[in-house]
Write a new protein. Sequence first.
Lengths: 954, 497
Amino acid sequence: MHASSSFSRSFPCFGFLGVAVAGLVSLATPAPAASPPDFVRDIRPLLDRSCAGCHSGEEAKSGLRLDIRAEAFRGGDGHGAAIVPGKAAESVLVRFARGDEPEMQMPPADANVPALSPEEVAILAAWIDAGAPWPEGIDRASLVDRRDHWAFHGVVRPAPPAVRDERWPRNDLDRFILARLETEGLLPSPDADRARWLRRLSLDLTGLPPTPEEIDAFLADEAPNAQERVVDRLLASPRYGERMAQHWLDVVRYADTHGYEVNTERANAWPYRDWVVAAFNADMPYDTFVRRQLAGDADRDDAATGFLVTAAVLLPGQIGADDASKRLARQDALNDILINTGESFLGLSIGCARCHDHKFDPLSLRDYHALQAVFTGVTYEDRELRSAEADARRAEIASHRAAIASLDAARTARAPLVGNGSPRASVSPRLNVDRIVPRRATRVRFTILATNSLEPCIDELEVFDAEGRNVALASAGATVISSGDNVAPGRHELPFVHDGLEGNERSWMSNTTGGGWVEITFAAPVMVDRIVWARDRKGVYTDRTAIEYRIELADGADVPLEQVADASDRQPFGASAPTQAPGDGSAPADGLSEEDRAALAGIDAEKTRLTARIAEIDRGLTVFAGRFSSPEPARVLHRGDPEQPGDEVGPRSPLAFDDRLPPLALPTDAPEQARRMALADWIVHPANPLAARVIANRVWQWHFGTGLVETSSDFGRSGALPSHPELLDWLAADLVAHGWSLKKLHRSIVLSATYRQGDAMTAEGLAKDSGNRLLWRYPSRRLEAEGIRDSMLAVGGLLDLSMGGRGFDLFRSRGGLNGFPPVETFSGDGLKRMIYAHKVRMEKESVFGAFDCPDAGQTMARRRQSTTPIQALNLINSPFTIQVAEAFAARVDRETATGDGSRVERQVKRAVRLALGREPTAEELVDSVVLVGDHSLVAFCRLLLNTGDFVTIP
Amino acid sequence: MESFPRLSAAGASLLDRRGFLGHAATAAGGMALLDLLAGDGLAGDGAAAESGPIIPVIDPSDPYAPRSPHFPARAKRLLVIFCAGAVSQLETWDWKPELVKYDDKPLPGGPAVTFQGPAGNLARPQYDFKPRGQTGKMVSEMIPHLAGLTDDIAFVHSLTSRTNTHGPAENFLSTGFAADGFPSLGAWTTYALGSECADLPAFVAIPDPRGIPQASGNNWGPGFLPAEFQGTTLSASAPVRHLVPPASVSAGADAATREALARWQKRRLAESPADGALAARIASYELAARMQLAVPGVADLSTETAATLRAYGADDESQPLKAAFGRNCILARRLLEKGVRFVQLFNGAYASGGELNWDGHSKLREQYDRHASILDQPAAALIRDLRARGMLDDTLVVWCTEFGRMPFFQKGAKGRDHNPDGFTCWLTGAGVKPGVSHGATDDLGVKAVSDIHPLYDFNATILHLLGLDHHRLSFRHNGIDRRLTDVHGRVIREVLA
């Protein structure tokens, strides 16, 4: 039934075939029908008039093409055969044209084409009933092999071409560039001067400008291999990994929050970010880099699989309680894993085949779901890092936590008794202890009678027995009920009142203003010694505090509650100083003995020590790198709709690549990890045409701003064509030949004559290649957001080069009612490189976010370089700029205490050297000296940070 | 567009489609050709669906230059009143007398569980409805001032969303995709049309005085469009960030620095006159300087008359939130008067159990009383004021919310759960047919049953009124020609004048 080519016979999958040539469409009026209807005379004119607008060509709607016989008979997505010969009543074409299903009436009213009259529908039906005779060989379009696309052919290492000017190339890649320029009658640009090249190289490889000392050393180095040594120094710098990791994190849309509406913290994402930095710095072979990100757990490299789960995801509490919502959310989450894998490693927009066969590439709906089967055992969750060292740290933390718990218990055990005759401390939002004469009970009820504002919120209700055990914990078997809850999924939920976790983010909120109760029933009767409760033990929130309350106990389900404590013997709310640290809420008025005081001081000191130790070792033990379990069955979902499941499919690589390399094909019961390992093998298989090309192109883009293929995450048939296909293949082959070493690839690129060119415009170049796709000049461009911030801190002498760990905060609070108020001046951790910021999805950093900084919503293969007034306002007026300008000025002042000429001239020269890596021109010097003299050095430093030169990779 | 002569059929097919246009669009003559097609109506809706993408050409040194629509536009600028949290259609615009009859009765065959949990019994509209104006359409007493505009409004009662979760649904309403990371309607609009105001942002988002909406900056984000097209946030109480330097910088030093910077940059440009990036940079600082002068002026409401303040409720000291929203409404009008292309005015903030926005899960009536008193008078005054100033002739006003609510209460609560299957948004002003109610939900308001329109259609209609073909307005990202309406969308012609 399909087009007769040798290919289609050997490869019976229609999805790979697309349009080749569309002929002229004739819009003749249909001739009056004589019987029997003739296709060319009676039918095709109707199709042309009323259908072809949408249902012809490669982008035909719903995948239905009526311009090719085989396609027309096959039908489009999900409605079955459009034409069933002999059976008009079963043919979708007739049913839809006749309006059997009003919602599917064709053509639709807004298509602005004439509908088929009843007579015309009758002609159509008669033709189909007569067997739908559609002669072979008259189709206006024919199908082509969608696999016949440059990027899907194997990489063949081409010989570098001959060039006329043999003196210009410095290495083989230059020959490809020069040969093309010569063909187009263009000349490469003269070399950039050495200082400019060094600045370009430093910004490009490390994201930081060279220091004046580095510039001087390089300019003074007359050795023939001076360039090589600078390149090697920069590639060996840890700053290199930070710079390249930023590029990679854009591609995978890394962030430290979950995204979507609640956008809560993804607290353990950062070990993956640090893994990426380390992998680049270690020059991890790229094939290993791919393998680890898909299946690092197989090599005990756990953080690497953070790759799988970098996308935004709905948390369980945000997904509707109905099953359909859950299924859709799961499909969305899996889709994002496929997008990451397909776009990052293969340059394939596999996500486009989620609902229908890919419109351009040889990827069917079935391929999509078969690839999905690789990942159906992956969920977006934390996983414990596994290593002996991690285990030892975990054990130590557990023992310290236990010790702290006993210290806390010991501390609260010294709280003054309820009703001891002297007033107890005021209620504190941060911690309150109600210690009673021990009393047997099976349940406790805490009733709020008044709050300082709004509905009450309690982060944790603890009940200790005389031995200091918290018997109210859910983990101790206790259960909880309440008067009613305000639920904010993941933040305020009733179970959080006894989950052992502190703070507003794990708390219970009543649904009644100024009132409500919670009641906890213990696993067994206990002797209650004290009740400990707070609004927010972390001390962030002070609203919603229960200032009048009642605590009742009962010894049995049917025994009435009896009050054991309330606020009546406490000082009025606000009368005593709020508790500053987790303690017992006591004030000096409590009249503790000297002995008790000393004991408490000892307890506090020990607790401080243990807490500090935990903070020191409890980093990166858990990583948001996916949790792996027995895979769910993967099914071909009709239209991608989880409510329309079809056949179950096992993990399978797309069929179209089967004749290029051995397919990945596993049974439906294949073990989980084996699936991901098999996919990794398939991606980095030497015969896979995409993996090496895609990364070689990315690296090229990182150095030149634009890849040889402009759409660096789409190498498919709708992606851009490579400007230099042979060069791309040469780079890809060379990468693999050198053990997939990216540093070797960088080295050959940045040492090339191509990279060394100046960036000046020429009339000739602009006329013939205004977009500079042929690289007749070096494409200077604006630094990315992170590069600007890092460079500012560097020249200001403020940059903290410590690496890794939880990100520093860009916002004073994260979401909720307070929104995302930005941190405006930074200190401490906040002076680290921006890659180490806590990246909040969707919320752009208040100064640099405007510089086309991706928001980690969708993958970002290539950043734009827009220029906006908001950027200008941010860079000239932000407190951050002023902070840096002041530090920069102070540094310049320190460094110009001695020397020749006037102090102000020395300052201007030093500042320009630090910021721009050059000497000021005479005019610049004169003008700037006036500014410094009339106003300040700070003003001039602020100016420099705003110059085009400062923010440009030259 | 109907008045324009169409290309001959043969001409249309000669100029077909991707093959030709795709390449032509990158060539020098591409835009001219697109203009020709646009003039011939092929760039309009419907029949031209299969013609190639239109990708505006942006001059980096003048990204906000006004650009022509694809076909003659009815509206030159747009005000979107965005009610965050999902306003109940049943308490506002979609009158369901049957619900009164079946109040407190179970819905036979209804879902046992909806978004937040078990379903309770059907619940009558929590407000009375009255016939309004010439059309006599029944509208709720909850919003008496807005109800007074009924004759001018085109309601679409049969909208559907793809998701029943606030964040993704706000994304879907504002960006056409439930996922994070796609360009907002305002970004698309300013990308397509540029601005007609040289010294204010082309796209301003005015957050509610109570806080930011659930999907936050997604609603005014550029997604993968160039950053030029991001909305700038500004409200009557929160100025544009970084509009002025910190107080530690004296005015004299500030001015001298800027002037010296301008000289510095121009000297550099003189050395390399072809450096377009530097030229764009200089232009951006000049525009920033103009914004510094213009924004405080437009945000300064002290020149408004007492009568205006009163009309908008902006003087209502007994209701500070209403007064603050009223001031935002005045600001919206002032921005539109200055030619700002797209003003997005938020009413309602973060979910917060329905306390700060329209998410009435548990005590709907009590919360809506408060929310309505903030929204109603100021928003109605804004629309009346625009009309009185003749601005509705070329300003489109959109009232929208991310989805609707269920006809039954949640079990054990006095509020309604999320309902993405049938809800109401409306249009008024330029190009809109007044007094229309299009589409319908069933008798109880469970879901849309006639003329069902996914929000794609609503967005397609908005673009259409701005003279833009939603099928064709595109941006190439990762190899895909992305559109506001994805691969969907039909203009709702029934609401067009």
